[in-house]
Design a protein around this ligand. Structure first.
Ligand SMILES: Nc1ncnc2c1ncn2[C@@H]1O[C@H](COP(=O)(O)OP(=O)(O)OP(=O)(O)O)[C@@H](O)[C@H]1O
Ligand SMILES: [Mg+2]
Length: 366
């Protein structure tokens, strides 16, 4: 029995909990006598005939084609589809029954994942203090030291370093730009998470904002040369600092590669957000952090072109902090300024990082 049949025999015996004898494995639509690949060709259904409790049975094993685009780019995307199919096929009448979902191991074995109820990640425990506690301290006590500047520059340097690593994959770039606007975790998903009749931003405001973001999507799509290594959720709750500027990141999100402005906007928007809560504008210690973080990043990376790209990323991050879901007790004036910021920044061809306060004024939206 060839290696593949043996792996299938082992797997099916595990699924049925009884010994199975494999009779035939053939690609559906396989030409007679067509040579079989070492293992299973991904993306192609296979018929497996086998004997179980003296009766010949037949099942179909199918996996997803490894192809670029359509949101099937990563192994995790395809896993999600298989897990979903295994759950959803059996809830629809007259639909083929799913028996199990599983995965091929790197050495070609078949493993069942059908009894998975919820996935988890197990990671090392990192020591350190969340960075937002530094910003809380600066906001509440005003105690501010050279270490705070050192930490902002260390974060900025880190982004300069990772963003240097470019990656050539147009489909991943298109996906990242598409998801910024349309995914559940980003702009449209956030807009959906706001309560109906939200006082600070009407339904028409959200529609107009989304349309502006769609226009930005078509401006960004041709810039796929910018695809680089990113963190994807570079905010003060995902950074643990130890002594001095030494830190560890948590919670990388939405893909290994993306747009550098995603990370830069995520952190810098938090400096603005804290400053708005303290001063009603970008000022004081938080202006110092903003200036050092942004100046260091732009000068050291040389990526001033980012100032024509960053606008929809700022809109995304501002929609998070302006949300009553995460910040129910935010001062009304701060919320208003955040929506002004969103509208004004989306309307700006070049983002003026040296005069952010100009974007806090009421946009000519009425
Ligand atoms: N590996 C770890 N080591 C130490 N602390 C951790 C670790 N993972 C999480 N934490 C702590 O748990 C908190 C929340 O974790 P995590 O970031 O995974 O949650 P979250 O809900 O995903 O938040 P968000 O998506 O908004 O970042 C972190 O801010 C950190 O304090
Ligand atoms: Mg987190």
């Amino acid at each position: 029995m060839d290696g593949r049949s043996e792996q299938v025999r082992e797997y099916l015996s595990d699924v049925y909990g009884k010994p199975v004898e494999v009779i035939r494995i053939a690609g559906m639509g396989a030409e007679p006598g067509e040579a079989e690949l070492k293992g299973f060709g991904y993306g192609r259904p296979y018929v497996i005939d086998f004997i179980l409790e003296g009766r010949v049975r037949s099942v179909v094993l199918s996996s997803m084609r490894v192809q670029k685009g359509f949101g099937h780019d990563t192994f995790a995307d395809r896993a999600a589809q298989m897990l979903w199919s295994n759950a959803a096929f059996n809830t629809l009448p007259r639909h083929v029954r799913s028996i199990d979902a599983g995965y091929f191991t790197k050495d070609g074995r078949l493993k069942s994942a059908g009894d998975a109820d919820e996935f988890f990640i197990l990671m090392e425990r990192v020591s350190g203090i969340e960075y937002y506690r530094d910003l809380d301290r600066i906001k509440e006590s005003g105690f501010f030291s050279g270490l705070d500047v050192e930490r902002a520059v260390a974060l900025s340097d880190y982004l300069v370093y990772i963003h240097q690593q470019k990656h050539d994959d147009r489909a991943l770039w298109d996906r990242r730009v598409r998801e910024l606007v349309g995914s559940g975790e980003c702009i449209m998903g956030l807009a959906d998470s706001y309560p109906d009749g939200f006082a600070y931003y009407s339904r028409d405001d959200f529609e107009r904002m989304e349309k502006a973001c769609v226009a930005w999507r078509w401006k960004l799509k041709p810039r796929y040369e910018r695809l680089c290594v990113v963190h994807g959720d570079f905010h003060p709750w995902n950074i643990l600092f130890r002594n001095g500027p030494d830190f560890t990141l948590l919670d990388r999100s939405r893909g290994e590669y993306g747009e550098a402005a995603d990370d830069v906007s995520c952190m810098s928007l938090n400096y603005l957000f804290y400053s708005l809560q303290k001063y009603g504008r970008l000022d004081g210690e938080f202006k110092e952090l903003w200036d050092r973080f942004m100046e260091n990043y732009l000068v050291r990376s040389g990526d001033f072109a980012m100032l024509q790209i960053i606008q929809p990323f700022y809109a995304f991050r501002a929609l998070v902090v302006a949300s009553p879901l995460w910040y129910p007790t935010l001062d009304a004036e701060v919320r208003v300024k955040l929506f002004n910021f969103i509208d004004n920044v989306l309307a700006a061809g070049e983002f003026d990082y040296k005069d952010v306060n100009r974007y806090l004024k009421k946009a000519g939206r009425r």
